[in-house]
Design a protein around this ligand. Sequence first.
Ligand code: IVH
Length: 599
Amino acid sequence: MALAWMFLFTSPLLLAKSELIPEIEQLQAEIAHHDDLYFREAAPEITDFEYDLLKLELRRLEQESGVTFPPTGIGDDRSTPTNQIRHGLPMLSLDKAYSDAEVAEFYERVSQASLGDHIDFIIEPKLDGIAVSVVLERGEYKSAATRGNGAVGEDITAQVEVIRSLDYEWEFDPSFPRIERIELRGEIYLADAQFDSLNRDRRAANEPEFRHPRSVAAGSVKLTNLNEIAARGLSIVFHGWGDVMPVEAAPSSMAEFHRWLDARGLPSAQTVRFVTSDKAAELNRAVEQVRASLSGVPTDGVVIKIDLVDLQKTMGNGPIAPRWAVARKFAPPRARTVLRDIVWQVGRTGALTPVAEFDPVTLGGATIRRASLSSASEIIRRDLRLADPIWIEKAGEIIPQLAGIEYAQRSADSQVYALPQQCRSCGTRITQIEGTAELRLVCENYNCDEQVVQRLLHFVSKAALDIKGVGPTLAQRMVESGLVRCPSDLYSLSLDQLVTLPRVGQKTAHRLLIEIDESRNASRERRILALGLPGVGPRGARQLSAEIGSLDKLVDPVGRRLALSVLGESVSAQVLSHLRRPEVDQMLRRTLATMGDQR
Ligand code: IVH
């Protein structure tokens, strides 16, 4: 991370060729680390723009050093060595252009190859999801694979099948010769509306929000639970092809390919534009128009391709990317500000989440003061310090992110950020848990006010018992006044007690009591969700509800072990160890006694 910003804010040192090697190796390792976060953990720490800068810098250094480096497996998305599919033709990457001038250079190269003819281009959105190769044989869906290392990808046939049907009626195909077998190349992505709706559900269930639609797409195609993939609402579109049999049946232009898709009801990108251009400026104007028209889908630029396959062949492919296409990337809007504080929010399970607070900035029409940081590890890895000059970025509806730190401009007397030792809410000493990927901070005091408030808010949330009228302020007052220390205390509240709380009058108190009483009729699934068991969201609650028969089984050590096994080994172990805590057991018994088990 640090490196990316050094490129932007300091001029690179001029080094002798062999001296570049350690730097190249360090950069390769850094890129491999980000690949890992992006492809295997689906939790990137840097923006795509920064990632591209790292790769650009790597390429520049490699060229400068004159040394050819063996391929490093950069960009490999495979996480398991099994279930692999070899692509018929390699899945290439795209060269990037970051300015109109770079698009003009591309145009000049094409113009020379076309010997002065008018050139037809197609401009498409560059969808920000996960690349996929789908094989259809005689119109029948056969297999799907991720890009992998470009030559071999991971088998995701079953996962793609639930996204949408990809068959077509081959027998009635009028084209001649007919395509017997085709490798379609495309992108799986999550539309903005779907992303927002997933995050609304997660907010309602008090679960951490997804940070980027791409991470959801990347994470979803690796899920083994097909119902869960279906519930994510992913989309797929095709923008190209690989191996085609027979070869004579392959499309002769991009336009023909899109017509072929449309006629067979196969999905192609929503906005495509064909331009015939004899000036680079015209091409840039068309690119700008396409860019302005993009909406509703996550994109990280547009792709400009030559339309005619013959001219594509004249230009040929490089080892990594074709010479007949270029991705025009646009930097997302960002603003510079100063980090003022890192606030550690306590969740209902005691996990602490860092939130960066900074001087307000306006981005995309909204004023932003906070950005969530993923974990303590992110702060350590990026060496984030208080009073640092930072860049904040927001693309579409996505949660604002810390895009970069201006290390060169930081104050000379700044101090390495010290992780908190004590919980800001209850003063308990914080426990540091070293996970495989991340360092987690936890407040282990079950009676910590902020945890009790968060458990209460989860209990009353829409997805759980849907008790309207208990917002963060009232929840805090209920907890601090001692009226509610366990969510089930809600059921023994009286009107007289409620009106002692600030800003609660007779009418509000009365309405609240009705809401609380009605929640006794909530389904078993909702009541399970309301318990706030670690790792048990709406889906887990549904599975557990179907399995468990009666909520009382949760307090029976044998019965609960059996029932919880439907949640899978890791969640089940997490919940069992949670339930073994005496204070949790006590809370659970009290809650079950008051809520009963009517259904
Ligand atoms: S064409 C041989 N067109 O971008 C050219 N790629 O850097 C191959 N992508 O992961 C790509 N939208 O899946 C092309 N309209 C589009 C695209 C697109 C997104 C992805 C592609 C790959 C990456 C290439």
